[in-house]
Design a protein around this ligand. Structure first.
Ligand code: FAD
Length: 408
Protein backbone atom coordinates (compact mmCIF):
# COMPACT_ATOMS: atom_id res chain seq x y z
CA UNK A 1 0.00 0.00 0.00
CA UNK A 2 2.05 2.91 -1.32
CA UNK A 3 1.79 6.31 0.33
CA UNK A 4 2.14 9.54 -1.63
CA UNK A 5 2.52 12.62 0.55
CA UNK A 6 2.19 16.13 -0.85
CA UNK A 7 3.59 19.12 1.01
CA UNK A 8 1.51 22.18 0.11
CA UNK A 9 -2.21 22.08 -0.73
CA UNK A 10 -2.67 24.91 -3.20
CA UNK A 11 -2.96 25.04 -7.00
CA UNK A 12 -0.10 22.62 -7.60
CA UNK A 13 -0.63 20.21 -4.68
CA UNK A 14 -4.41 19.88 -5.03
CA UNK A 15 -4.36 19.44 -8.81
CA UNK A 16 -1.62 16.86 -8.40
CA UNK A 17 -3.61 14.86 -5.81
CA UNK A 18 -6.67 14.62 -8.07
CA UNK A 19 -4.59 13.89 -11.17
CA UNK A 20 -2.75 11.10 -9.37
CA UNK A 21 -6.04 9.49 -8.32
CA UNK A 22 -7.40 9.87 -11.86
CA UNK A 23 -4.28 8.23 -13.26
CA UNK A 24 -5.12 5.13 -11.24
CA UNK A 25 -2.90 5.40 -8.13
CA UNK A 26 -4.42 2.98 -5.64
CA UNK A 27 -2.35 3.89 -2.60
CA UNK A 28 -2.89 6.57 0.02
CA UNK A 29 -2.74 10.26 -0.94
CA UNK A 30 -2.10 12.78 1.83
CA UNK A 31 -2.12 16.54 1.34
CA UNK A 32 -0.49 18.57 4.11
CA UNK A 33 -0.66 22.37 4.42
CA UNK A 34 0.22 24.90 7.10
CA UNK A 35 -2.86 26.97 6.14
CA UNK A 36 -6.03 26.18 8.14
CA UNK A 37 -8.48 26.86 5.31
CA UNK A 38 -9.67 24.34 2.76
CA UNK A 39 -7.48 24.96 -0.33
CA UNK A 40 -8.58 28.04 -2.27
CA UNK A 41 -7.94 29.97 -5.49
CA UNK A 42 -5.18 32.55 -5.05
CA UNK A 43 -5.62 34.88 -8.09
CA UNK A 44 -8.96 36.34 -6.87
CA UNK A 45 -7.34 37.35 -3.56
CA UNK A 46 -6.14 40.62 -5.10
CA UNK A 47 -9.09 40.88 -7.52
CA UNK A 48 -12.82 40.10 -7.13
CA UNK A 49 -12.51 38.21 -3.84
CA UNK A 50 -10.82 41.14 -2.09
CA UNK A 51 -13.63 43.54 -3.02
CA UNK A 52 -16.40 41.07 -2.21
CA UNK A 53 -17.79 40.14 1.16
CA UNK A 54 -17.51 36.44 0.37
CA UNK A 55 -16.07 33.94 2.77
CA UNK A 56 -13.35 31.60 1.53
CA UNK A 57 -15.95 28.83 1.08
CA UNK A 58 -17.01 30.73 -2.11
CA UNK A 59 -13.47 30.54 -3.46
CA UNK A 60 -12.45 26.91 -2.95
CA UNK A 61 -10.37 24.86 -5.38
CA UNK A 62 -12.51 21.79 -4.57
CA UNK A 63 -15.42 21.11 -2.23
CA UNK A 64 -14.74 19.20 0.97
CA UNK A 65 -16.74 16.24 -0.39
CA UNK A 66 -14.49 16.01 -3.47
CA UNK A 67 -11.53 15.11 -1.26
CA UNK A 68 -13.62 12.44 0.45
CA UNK A 69 -14.82 11.08 -2.89
CA UNK A 70 -11.27 10.99 -4.22
CA UNK A 71 -10.07 9.32 -1.03
CA UNK A 72 -7.57 12.14 -0.50
CA UNK A 73 -6.65 12.91 3.10
CA UNK A 74 -6.30 16.60 3.92
CA UNK A 75 -4.15 17.55 6.88
CA UNK A 76 -4.56 21.30 7.36
CA UNK A 77 -2.93 23.66 9.86
CA UNK A 78 0.10 21.41 9.91
CA UNK A 79 3.56 22.32 8.60
CA UNK A 80 6.30 19.97 7.50
CA UNK A 81 9.49 20.89 9.32
CA UNK A 82 11.97 18.48 7.77
CA UNK A 83 12.43 15.66 5.27
CA UNK A 84 14.57 12.62 6.07
CA UNK A 85 15.39 11.11 2.69
CA UNK A 86 17.16 8.06 4.10
CA UNK A 87 14.22 6.86 6.21
CA UNK A 88 11.68 8.47 3.84
CA UNK A 89 10.00 10.28 6.71
CA UNK A 90 8.73 13.77 7.43
CA UNK A 91 8.68 15.58 10.75
CA UNK A 92 5.61 17.77 11.29
CA UNK A 93 4.88 20.83 13.40
CA UNK A 94 2.81 18.71 15.84
CA UNK A 95 5.99 16.69 16.50
CA UNK A 96 4.64 13.60 14.73
CA UNK A 97 6.38 11.76 11.91
CA UNK A 98 4.97 10.36 8.68
CA UNK A 99 6.55 8.09 6.14
CA UNK A 100 6.21 8.30 2.38
CA UNK A 101 6.96 6.19 -0.65
CA UNK A 102 6.62 9.13 -3.03
CA UNK A 103 6.91 12.73 -1.89
CA UNK A 104 5.74 15.81 -3.79
CA UNK A 105 6.97 19.24 -2.76
CA UNK A 106 4.44 21.93 -3.72
CA UNK A 107 5.47 24.57 -1.20
CA UNK A 108 5.11 27.56 -3.56
CA UNK A 109 6.22 30.94 -2.35
CA UNK A 110 5.59 33.51 0.38
CA UNK A 111 5.34 37.30 0.25
CA UNK A 112 8.71 39.02 0.56
CA UNK A 113 8.88 41.64 3.29
CA UNK A 114 11.90 43.93 2.82
CA UNK A 115 14.07 44.96 5.74
CA UNK A 116 13.08 48.59 6.17
CA UNK A 117 13.80 50.47 9.32
CA UNK A 118 10.60 51.04 11.33
CA UNK A 119 8.60 48.42 9.41
CA UNK A 120 8.18 46.24 12.50
CA UNK A 121 6.34 49.07 14.30
CA UNK A 122 4.11 50.12 11.40
CA UNK A 123 0.41 49.90 12.09
CA UNK A 124 -1.89 48.08 9.67
CA UNK A 125 0.91 46.64 7.58
CA UNK A 126 -0.10 43.81 5.26
CA UNK A 127 1.10 41.61 2.43
CA UNK A 128 -1.20 39.62 0.14
CA UNK A 129 -0.65 35.92 -0.33
CA UNK A 130 -3.25 34.13 1.80
CA UNK A 131 -6.96 34.21 2.65
CA UNK A 132 -6.02 35.43 6.13
CA UNK A 133 -4.19 38.41 4.55
CA UNK A 134 -7.42 39.33 2.70
CA UNK A 135 -9.50 39.16 5.88
CA UNK A 136 -7.03 41.46 7.65
CA UNK A 137 -6.92 43.97 4.77
CA UNK A 138 -10.71 43.99 4.41
CA UNK A 139 -11.13 44.62 8.14
CA UNK A 140 -8.65 47.51 8.08
CA UNK A 141 -10.00 49.19 4.95
CA UNK A 142 -13.72 48.53 5.24
CA UNK A 143 -13.94 50.09 8.68
CA UNK A 144 -13.50 53.56 7.33
CA UNK A 145 -13.98 55.02 3.84
CA UNK A 146 -11.17 57.14 2.48
CA UNK A 147 -8.52 55.21 4.37
CA UNK A 148 -5.14 56.30 3.04
CA UNK A 149 -3.41 53.21 1.72
CA UNK A 150 0.15 53.16 0.46
CA UNK A 151 0.99 50.16 -1.72
CA UNK A 152 4.70 49.40 -1.96
CA UNK A 153 5.49 47.98 -5.41
CA UNK A 154 3.96 48.41 -8.85
CA UNK A 155 4.02 44.79 -10.03
CA UNK A 156 0.85 42.91 -10.94
CA UNK A 157 -0.13 42.18 -7.34
CA UNK A 158 0.48 45.80 -6.26
CA UNK A 159 -1.52 47.18 -9.20
CA UNK A 160 -4.42 44.74 -8.79
CA UNK A 161 -4.57 45.35 -5.05
CA UNK A 162 -4.57 49.11 -5.61
CA UNK A 163 -7.46 48.84 -8.10
CA UNK A 164 -9.44 46.67 -5.67
CA UNK A 165 -8.79 48.90 -2.66
CA UNK A 166 -9.85 51.91 -4.69
CA UNK A 167 -13.12 50.12 -5.45
CA UNK A 168 -13.52 49.56 -1.71
CA UNK A 169 -13.33 53.33 -1.10
CA UNK A 170 -9.71 53.76 -0.08
CA UNK A 171 -7.41 56.58 -1.25
CA UNK A 172 -4.54 54.67 -2.76
CA UNK A 173 -0.99 55.67 -3.65
CA UNK A 174 1.45 53.23 -5.23
CA UNK A 175 5.15 53.78 -4.63
CA UNK A 176 7.36 52.09 -7.22
CA UNK A 177 11.17 52.06 -6.92
CA UNK A 178 11.85 51.70 -10.66
CA UNK A 179 11.22 54.40 -13.25
CA UNK A 180 8.08 52.62 -14.48
CA UNK A 181 5.63 50.01 -13.21
CA UNK A 182 5.89 46.39 -14.46
CA UNK A 183 9.36 47.24 -15.71
CA UNK A 184 10.65 43.66 -15.39
CA UNK A 185 7.83 42.10 -17.40
CA UNK A 186 6.40 44.53 -19.97
CA UNK A 187 7.34 47.07 -22.61
CA UNK A 188 7.32 50.78 -21.65
CA UNK A 189 4.10 51.25 -23.66
CA UNK A 190 2.28 48.81 -21.34
CA UNK A 191 3.71 50.53 -18.26
CA UNK A 192 2.45 53.88 -19.58
CA UNK A 193 -0.96 52.37 -20.26
CA UNK A 194 -1.33 51.07 -16.69
CA UNK A 195 0.06 54.30 -15.21
CA UNK A 196 -2.64 56.27 -17.09
CA UNK A 197 -5.35 53.76 -16.30
CA UNK A 198 -4.72 54.13 -12.57
CA UNK A 199 -4.44 57.92 -12.84
CA UNK A 200 -7.87 58.04 -14.56
CA UNK A 201 -9.25 56.12 -11.60
CA UNK A 202 -7.65 58.53 -9.12
CA UNK A 203 -5.02 56.08 -7.94
CA UNK A 204 -1.67 57.77 -8.08
CA UNK A 205 1.39 55.84 -9.09
CA UNK A 206 4.65 57.49 -8.15
CA UNK A 207 7.77 56.03 -9.72
CA UNK A 208 11.45 56.36 -8.72
CA UNK A 209 10.28 56.17 -5.10
CA UNK A 210 12.73 54.13 -3.11
CA UNK A 211 11.20 53.66 0.34
CA UNK A 212 13.89 53.86 3.01
CA UNK A 213 12.06 53.83 6.33
CA UNK A 214 8.72 54.05 8.08
CA UNK A 215 7.74 55.88 11.24
CA UNK A 216 4.54 55.02 13.07
CA UNK A 217 2.85 57.81 15.03
CA UNK A 218 -0.33 56.62 16.69
CA UNK A 219 -2.44 54.94 14.04
CA UNK A 220 -0.67 56.80 11.21
CA UNK A 221 2.44 55.70 9.36
CA UNK A 222 4.89 58.05 7.67
CA UNK A 223 6.53 56.38 4.71
CA UNK A 224 9.86 58.04 3.76
CA UNK A 225 11.63 57.78 0.41
CA UNK A 226 15.29 58.34 -0.48
CA UNK A 227 14.45 61.55 -2.40
CA UNK A 228 13.18 63.15 0.84
CA UNK A 229 9.48 62.77 0.07
CA UNK A 230 7.11 61.21 2.60
CA UNK A 231 3.56 59.85 2.57
CA UNK A 232 0.99 59.37 5.31
CA UNK A 233 -0.69 55.98 5.40
CA UNK A 234 -3.38 54.44 7.60
CA UNK A 235 -2.53 51.11 5.95
CA UNK A 236 0.47 49.84 4.06
CA UNK A 237 0.30 46.90 1.64
CA UNK A 238 3.67 45.45 0.71
CA UNK A 239 3.70 43.99 -2.81
CA UNK A 240 7.38 43.82 -3.68
CA UNK A 241 7.67 40.22 -4.76
CA UNK A 242 7.99 36.77 -3.27
CA UNK A 243 10.49 34.37 -1.77
CA UNK A 244 10.36 30.76 -2.94
CA UNK A 245 9.79 28.16 -0.23
CA UNK A 246 12.87 26.07 -0.96
CA UNK A 247 14.23 25.63 2.58
CA UNK A 248 12.76 22.16 3.20
CA UNK A 249 14.22 20.86 -0.06
CA UNK A 250 17.51 22.63 0.49
CA UNK A 251 17.93 21.24 4.01
CA UNK A 252 17.17 17.78 2.64
CA UNK A 253 20.06 18.18 0.20
CA UNK A 254 18.02 18.36 -3.02
CA UNK A 255 19.49 20.27 -5.94
CA UNK A 256 18.46 23.95 -5.81
CA UNK A 257 18.98 26.83 -8.20
CA UNK A 258 16.45 29.64 -8.56
CA UNK A 259 13.96 27.16 -7.07
CA UNK A 260 13.93 23.37 -6.65
CA UNK A 261 15.57 21.93 -9.73
CA UNK A 262 13.42 19.38 -11.58
CA UNK A 263 13.66 17.40 -14.82
CA UNK A 264 11.14 17.26 -17.66
CA UNK A 265 8.91 15.00 -15.50
CA UNK A 266 9.15 17.24 -12.42
CA UNK A 267 11.36 14.78 -10.60
CA UNK A 268 14.00 16.32 -8.30
CA UNK A 269 17.54 15.03 -7.83
CA UNK A 270 15.98 12.29 -5.61
CA UNK A 271 13.94 9.78 -7.69
CA UNK A 272 11.34 9.41 -4.89
CA UNK A 273 10.73 13.16 -4.65
CA UNK A 274 8.95 15.40 -7.14
CA UNK A 275 8.46 19.18 -7.02
CA UNK A 276 5.74 21.19 -8.79
CA UNK A 277 4.43 24.75 -9.12
CA UNK A 278 5.93 28.09 -8.07
CA UNK A 279 8.77 26.42 -6.13
CA UNK A 280 10.36 24.74 -9.16
CA UNK A 281 13.24 25.72 -11.38
CA UNK A 282 12.49 23.86 -14.60
CA UNK A 283 13.52 23.66 -18.23
CA UNK A 284 11.24 25.24 -20.80
CA UNK A 285 11.90 23.55 -24.18
CA UNK A 286 10.32 26.32 -26.27
CA UNK A 287 12.57 29.04 -24.83
CA UNK A 288 15.47 26.60 -24.34
CA UNK A 289 16.32 27.69 -20.80
CA UNK A 290 15.62 26.98 -17.14
CA UNK A 291 12.99 29.26 -15.62
CA UNK A 292 10.83 29.68 -12.54
CA UNK A 293 7.22 30.77 -13.01
CA UNK A 294 4.58 32.21 -10.72
CA UNK A 295 1.46 31.11 -12.52
CA UNK A 296 -1.59 28.91 -11.97
CA UNK A 297 -1.26 27.37 -15.42
CA UNK A 298 2.28 26.21 -14.66
CA UNK A 299 1.19 24.75 -11.30
CA UNK A 300 -1.63 22.79 -12.97
CA UNK A 301 0.49 21.61 -15.92
CA UNK A 302 3.31 20.42 -13.71
CA UNK A 303 0.85 18.67 -11.39
CA UNK A 304 -0.41 16.59 -14.32
CA UNK A 305 3.11 15.81 -15.59
CA UNK A 306 4.30 14.65 -12.15
CA UNK A 307 1.19 12.51 -11.55
CA UNK A 308 1.60 10.81 -14.94
CA UNK A 309 5.27 10.18 -14.28
CA UNK A 310 4.59 8.58 -10.89
CA UNK A 311 2.24 6.06 -12.46
CA UNK A 312 4.74 5.33 -15.20
CA UNK A 313 3.49 7.49 -18.09
CA UNK A 314 6.25 9.78 -19.12
CA UNK A 315 4.84 12.96 -20.68
CA UNK A 316 7.49 15.66 -20.92
CA UNK A 317 6.74 19.19 -19.71
CA UNK A 318 6.47 21.44 -22.76
CA UNK A 319 4.19 24.46 -22.56
CA UNK A 320 4.09 28.14 -23.40
CA UNK A 321 3.51 30.12 -20.18
CA UNK A 322 0.42 32.26 -19.82
CA UNK A 323 -0.88 34.59 -17.13
CA UNK A 324 -3.66 37.14 -16.66
CA UNK A 325 -4.39 40.28 -14.68
CA UNK A 326 -7.67 42.15 -14.01
CA UNK A 327 -7.61 45.82 -13.10
CA UNK A 328 -10.78 47.99 -13.18
CA UNK A 329 -12.50 46.98 -16.44
CA UNK A 330 -9.28 45.88 -18.09
CA UNK A 331 -8.53 42.22 -18.72
CA UNK A 332 -4.92 41.58 -19.61
CA UNK A 333 -3.84 38.18 -20.94
CA UNK A 334 -0.17 37.46 -21.40
CA UNK A 335 1.26 34.57 -23.34
CA UNK A 336 4.93 33.71 -23.66
CA UNK A 337 8.03 35.19 -22.08
CA UNK A 338 9.12 38.60 -23.33
CA UNK A 339 12.59 38.48 -21.74
CA UNK A 340 15.21 39.30 -24.36
CA UNK A 341 12.87 41.12 -26.79
CA UNK A 342 14.38 43.89 -28.88
CA UNK A 343 11.35 45.23 -30.75
CA UNK A 344 7.59 45.42 -30.29
CA UNK A 345 4.60 45.88 -32.58
CA UNK A 346 1.42 47.37 -31.17
CA UNK A 347 -1.94 46.75 -32.73
CA UNK A 348 -4.80 48.92 -31.49
CA UNK A 349 -8.31 48.00 -32.55
CA UNK A 350 -10.81 50.77 -33.24
CA UNK A 351 -13.97 50.63 -31.18
CA UNK A 352 -15.68 51.84 -28.08
CA UNK A 353 -13.74 49.82 -25.58
CA UNK A 354 -9.97 49.85 -25.14
CA UNK A 355 -8.62 46.91 -27.08
CA UNK A 356 -5.03 46.43 -28.14
CA UNK A 357 -2.11 44.02 -28.09
CA UNK A 358 1.65 44.32 -27.76
CA UNK A 359 3.69 41.75 -29.69
CA UNK A 360 7.25 41.19 -28.44
CA UNK A 361 9.92 40.06 -30.92
CA UNK A 362 13.55 39.18 -30.73
CA UNK A 363 14.51 40.26 -34.24
CA UNK A 364 11.79 38.39 -36.16
CA UNK A 365 11.00 35.69 -33.62
CA UNK A 366 7.74 36.23 -31.74
CA UNK A 367 8.41 35.75 -28.00
CA UNK A 368 5.27 36.96 -26.23
CA UNK A 369 1.98 38.85 -26.57
CA UNK A 370 0.22 41.11 -24.07
CA UNK A 371 -3.47 41.25 -25.03
CA UNK A 372 -5.63 43.96 -23.46
CA UNK A 373 -9.37 43.18 -23.65
CA UNK A 374 -8.48 41.20 -26.74
CA UNK A 375 -9.06 37.46 -26.55
CA UNK A 376 -8.37 37.05 -30.28
CA UNK A 377 -4.86 38.48 -29.94
CA UNK A 378 -4.21 36.13 -27.05
CA UNK A 379 -5.38 33.08 -29.03
CA UNK A 380 -3.48 34.06 -32.20
CA UNK A 381 -0.39 34.91 -30.17
CA UNK A 382 -0.44 31.53 -28.43
CA UNK A 383 -0.71 29.67 -31.73
CA UNK A 384 1.92 31.79 -33.47
CA UNK A 385 4.44 31.37 -30.63
CA UNK A 386 3.86 27.61 -30.42
CA UNK A 387 4.26 27.17 -34.17
CA UNK A 388 7.16 29.66 -34.34
CA UNK A 389 5.20 31.40 -37.11
CA UNK A 390 6.98 34.22 -38.88
CA UNK A 391 4.73 37.25 -38.44
CA UNK A 392 4.49 40.02 -41.04
CA UNK A 393 4.94 43.01 -38.72
CA UNK A 394 3.67 45.56 -41.23
CA UNK A 395 0.43 43.66 -41.70
CA UNK A 396 0.11 43.16 -37.96
CA UNK A 397 0.20 46.89 -37.30
CA UNK A 398 -1.93 47.80 -40.33
CA UNK A 399 -5.60 48.07 -39.36
CA UNK A 400 -6.58 47.58 -42.99
CA UNK A 401 -5.43 43.99 -42.62
CA UNK A 402 -8.26 42.00 -41.13
CA UNK A 403 -7.08 40.58 -37.81
CA UNK A 404 -6.78 36.87 -38.60
CA UNK A 405 -3.72 34.76 -37.99
CA UNK A 406 -3.58 33.58 -41.61
CA UNK A 407 -3.39 37.24 -42.75
CA UNK A 408 -0.33 38.03 -40.63
P1 FAD B 1 1.26 28.30 -3.52
O1 FAD B 1 -0.05 28.77 -4.03
O2 FAD B 1 2.23 29.30 -3.04
O3 FAD B 1 0.98 27.24 -2.37
C1 FAD B 1 1.97 26.66 -1.59
C2 FAD B 1 1.31 26.04 -0.38
O4 FAD B 1 2.30 25.34 0.37
C3 FAD B 1 0.72 27.08 0.58
O5 FAD B 1 -0.63 26.80 0.81
C4 FAD B 1 1.58 26.95 1.84
O6 FAD B 1 0.82 27.13 3.02
C5 FAD B 1 2.07 25.51 1.74
N1 FAD B 1 3.34 25.26 2.43
C6 FAD B 1 4.53 25.86 2.22
N2 FAD B 1 5.48 25.32 3.01
C7 FAD B 1 4.87 24.36 3.74
C8 FAD B 1 5.31 23.45 4.74
N3 FAD B 1 6.59 23.41 5.13
N4 FAD B 1 4.42 22.62 5.31
C9 FAD B 1 3.12 22.63 4.91
N5 FAD B 1 2.64 23.47 3.97
C10 FAD B 1 3.51 24.32 3.39
N6 FAD B 1 -1.29 33.46 -11.10
C11 FAD B 1 -1.89 33.52 -12.32
O7 FAD B 1 -1.62 32.65 -13.16
N7 FAD B 1 -2.79 34.50 -12.60
C12 FAD B 1 -3.13 35.47 -11.71
O8 FAD B 1 -3.92 36.35 -12.01
C13 FAD B 1 -2.52 35.43 -10.42
N8 FAD B 1 -2.85 36.32 -9.45
C14 FAD B 1 -2.33 36.19 -8.19
C15 FAD B 1 -2.76 37.05 -7.19
C16 FAD B 1 -2.27 36.91 -5.90
C17 FAD B 1 -2.74 37.83 -4.81
C18 FAD B 1 -1.32 35.90 -5.61
C19 FAD B 1 -0.77 35.74 -4.22
C20 FAD B 1 -0.87 35.05 -6.60
C21 FAD B 1 -1.38 35.18 -7.90
N9 FAD B 1 -0.99 34.33 -8.93
C22 FAD B 1 -1.59 34.39 -10.16
C23 FAD B 1 0.06 33.33 -8.71
C24 FAD B 1 -0.56 31.99 -8.37
O9 FAD B 1 -1.47 32.13 -7.32
C25 FAD B 1 0.55 31.03 -8.02
O10 FAD B 1 1.32 30.83 -9.18
C26 FAD B 1 -0.01 29.70 -7.54
O11 FAD B 1 -0.72 29.88 -6.32
C27 FAD B 1 1.11 28.69 -7.33
O12 FAD B 1 0.60 27.55 -6.74
P2 FAD B 1 1.53 26.60 -5.88
O13 FAD B 1 0.63 25.51 -5.43
O14 FAD B 1 2.76 26.27 -6.62
O15 FAD B 1 2.02 27.47 -4.63
Amino acid sequence: NNVCVIIGASHAGVNFAFALRQQGWLGEIRLIDGDFHLPYHRPPLSKAYLTSKDGIDKNLLKSEESYQKGNITLQLGLSVLSINRIDKTLTLSDATQQSYDKLVIATGARAFIPELSGLENASNLFSLRTAADVTAIRDAVNNCLNKRVVVLGGGYIGLETAASLHKMGAKVTILEREERVLSRVTAPQMSDFFQELHAKNNVSILTNKNVTHIEAKGSENFVFCSDGSSFIADCIVVGVGIRVNIELAQDAGLEIDNGIKVDAYNCTSDPSIYAIGDCTFHYNPHYDRFIRLESVQNAVDQAKIAAASIVGQNNRYDTIPWFWSDQYDIKLQIVGLSTGYNNVVIRTEIGEIIKFSVWYFKDNELLAVDAVNNAKAYVYGTKAIKERKLIDKLKLSDLNTEFKLENL
